[in-house]
Design a protein around this ligand. Structure first.
Ligand SMILES: Cc1ncc(C[n+]2csc(CCOP(=O)(O)OP(=O)(O)O)c2C)c(N)n1
Ligand SMILES: [Mg+2]
Length: 361
């Protein structure tokens, strides 16, 4: 099967019968999320290098994923890995508020919803049904299969969508999750963000398969490969998989072929294991410029309006950073009170000891 692509690298529609018919406002919302995500990434990287935040997870090059969230209902569950910020931001009615929460989170300040207990980048929101990921690779795959099974049992009509990387396809949880979901026909959409690398391990060392999407065959579910830098391929593939899941026909695996333009995290340096040429070539195919060209061709956007969007989010993010940096760290007690519903005795002892040591902060 051919790779699904609707927008080519110049933003031209090459598959017109598949071009989604969506209102201009919706498409501009995707675009604003993508721009805000890219700027957040650039600023987050610099903040980490300046020692102002502790860690950063780059997302540049993978922003087309926004369209996957757009193909869901708000009651569907998203189980992200750690580069799906665009899906998280899309779920906010007010994008600025979403950015504010993300910025408070990376500063691990008192308004960070996770109160500093998570690595910056591994965040979630119960309200938005965007599940906090765990660090061990692949964990979210079995969680999404299980939550899909629960949705089927409850007949609540919801779908679970899970994101994981090419590296995660080598985890036991990939096998368990895919197999369970296919056997139980759970309403789950498996999205493999194949960005070609698992830290410094290239795809060729991860699998001998021609395409990761082919792995779906062994589990008895449909597998489709898409251009993961094409917002429309994302939207159409996820919409079809979601419809199939809601009809009770079970899960689908989507392999989104994309590229991580930055380093794995702020603890990594990509120049140590891949060529500048390779990165340059992928930059030509990156999703934001492609989508922008489409919007310009459609006359949904002008160059001047585009410039205004970038400037707007640059200013918004700078203001949020300034505010977030001035906020206090989470109160000491939140480390103990927000983990279990009732504090177990051993944590209470540790809390008392911490209070004696640090005072009542
Ligand atoms: C079980 C497990 N093994 C190893 C690691 C260390 N580790 C963190 S991210 C990562 C690479 C994951 O690559 P991929 O799944 O392709 O996702 P990407 O980072 O490319 O988005 C590894 C090996 C881990 N977190 N958990
Ligand atoms: Mg990867």
């Amino acid at each position: 099967m051919a790779t699904l692509r609707i927008l080519d690298v110049d933003g031209k529609v090459i598959n017109p019968e598949k071009e989604p018919k969506l209102p201009k406002e919706e498409l501009l919302k995707w675009y604003e999320v993508m721009v805000a995500n890219r700027l957040f990434d650039e600023k987050g990287w610099k903040l980490q290098r300046q020692g102002r935040v502790s860690f950063h997870v780059p997302t540049a090059g993978q922003e087309a994923v926004v369209a996957a969230a757009a193909a869901l209902k708000n009651t569907d569950w998203i189980f992200p890995a750690y580069r799906e910020h665009a899906c998280y931001l899309y779920r906010w009615k007010d994008l600025e508020q979403g950015l504010a929460e993300l910025i408070d989170h990376i500063f691990n300040n008192e308004d960070d919803p996770q109160r500093g207990r998570r690595i910056p980048g591994l965040y979630g929101s119960k309200r938005l049904r965007f599940v906090t990921p765990s660090a061990p690779i692949g964990t979210q795959i079995i969680q999404a299969a299980g939550a899909g099974y629960a949705a089927k049992y409850l007949k609540d009509g919801n779908v679970t969508m899970v994101f994981f990387g090419d590296g995660a396809t080598s985890s036991n949880d990939f096998h368990s999750g895919m197999n369970f979901a296919a056997v139980k026909k759970t309403p789950t959409v498996f999205v493999c963000m194949n960005n070609q690398w698992a830290i410094s391990v290239p795809l060729t060392e991860q699998t001998a398969a021609k395409r990761l999407a082919d792995k779906a065959i062994a589990y008895g579910m449909p597998g489709i490969q898409i251009d993961g830098n094409d917002v429309f391929a994302f939207y159409i593939a996820v919409s079809e998989a979601v419809e199939c899941a809601r009809r009770g026909e079970g899960p689908t695996m989507i392999e989104a072929v994309t590229y991580r333009l930055g380093s794995h995290t702020s603890s990594d340096d990509w120049t140590r294991y891949r060529s500048k040429d390779e990165v340059e070539q992928w930059k030509q195919k990156e999703p934001i410029r492609r989508f922008k060209d489409y919007l310009l061709n459609k006359r949904y956007l002008t160059e001047e309006e585009d410039e205004k969007i970038w400037k707007k989010y640059d200013r918004i993010l700078n203001d949020l950073i300034e505010k977030a940096e001035k906020k206090s760290p989470p109160r000491l007690e939140t480390m103990f009170t927000e983990v279990y519903e009732e504090i177990p005795w051993h944590l209470r002892e540790q809390y008392e000891e911490a209070r004696r040591f640090y005072g009542d902060k």
